[in-house]
Design a protein around this ligand. Structure first.
Ligand SMILES: [Mn+2]
Length: 323
């Protein structure tokens, strides 16, 4: 009997969490071959089969990248209850698939702040790098495991999104080296242009509803003073969103009230200008202004130089609301 182990990213899956599940499952299966590739003894003792999974539907650039590089969308695991899982690209239960409290967690591989508690010692690999796929790529290189062109392309796409084509303050020297290496293997010479191509798909919001825009890259944070939801959307031109802000504000308020959030924030990042427009639905405007360090004008404000939720936005809110 094969032991099924699901490798799964966070809710509202982004490209990095999906590509990490696929590439890490490939890595783990090749590092610990299935029993059919082994001798009699292993046959009887069973073996592990690592399966990529996702905690929700794919977003647009994920669909694009999977298609471009010839991968199927991973199975959506609606409930992790009773399953063996490896968490990739997240470690906070607030962001994990439903039922994770009752899952057997085998391992965590991530690049976000640590908010994790578990009753067993497990492999826990969290590095302050720009993407989960960078950590996984490094494992391939270190183990001299061959990476094929398509998997390298998929991982490259994920790293380019997570690091905003290396512009994000979360992007490290390691990520830059890995981007160059993966681009070489994937035979994508102009990776900056490839990155822009993905961001154009990611930010082509015209056919999405306001709720879909907010939820396309959205994370919950359980702070001491309440539940926060922070969504991010990138664009190559903020003007694309000019006539949608009122609709988005209404939707943020609706979401805040219906799901009992303290605050729901959407920030629209202009990756060319390298700044973000914040739209805020909150029970405490004054404290949000304190967190952001600026005054809101009609629940909105543009902040130059802020493009990373992980490094620049979530910590500001945690500093005020998780006290
Ligand atoms: Mn990531």
């Amino acid at each position: 009997m094969l032991n099924k182990i699901y490798i799964i990213g966070h809710k509202s899956p982004d490209l990095d969490s999906v590509a990490a599940a696929i590439s890490y499952a490939n890595f783990k299966n090749r590092r610990s071959p299935l029993p059919r590739d082994c001798g009699e003894a292993e046959m009887q003792s069973g073996g592990e089969e690592y399966l990529p999974a996702s905690a929700g539907a794919m977003n647009k650039e994920t669909v694009f990248a999977l298609e471009k590089f010839g991968f199927e969308a991973p199975e959506i695991l609606k409930n992790a209850d009773g399953k063996k899982v490896i968490l990739v690209d997240h470690n906070e239960f607030a962001q994990a698939a439903d039922g994770v409290e009752n899952a057997e967690i085998i391992e965590v591989l991530d690049h976000h702040k640590v908010d994790f508690k578990y009753s067993e010692p497990i492999v826990f690999d969290v590095r302050p790098w720009g993407a989960s796929c960078s950590i996984i790529a490094e494992k391939y290189f270190k183990n001299n495991l061959e990476l094929n062109k398509n998997l390298a392309g998929l991982m490259l796409a994920a790293i380019l999104v997570d690091t905003v084509i290396t512009k994000s303050p979360t992007c490290t020297e390691n990520d830059k080296i890995i981007i160059e290496k993966l681009a070489g293997i994937a035979d994508i010479k102009h990776w900056q242009e490839f990155g822009m191509e993905i961001f154009k798909i990611r930010s082509s919001a015209s056919e999405l509803s306001d709720a879909e825009i907010i939820k396309s890259d959205f994370k919950d944070f359980n702070f001491k003073q309440g539940k926060f939801g922070i969504g991010q959307v990138e664009t190559v031109d903020l003007n694309n969103f000019a006539d949608r802000k009122n609709g988005l504000m209404d939707e943020l308020n609706k979401l805040k009230n219906s799901e009992n959030y303290h605050s729901v924030i959407l920030f629209i990042t202009d990756i060319i200008k390298e700044g973000s427009e914040f739209l805020v639905a909150t029970n405490d405007q004054e404290k949000v202004e304190q967190a952001l360090g600026v005054k809101l004008d009609n629940n909105k404000v543009y902040i130059k130089g802020v493009i990373s939720r992980k490094k620049q936005v979530a910590p500001k809110f945690a500093g005020v609301f998780d006290e």
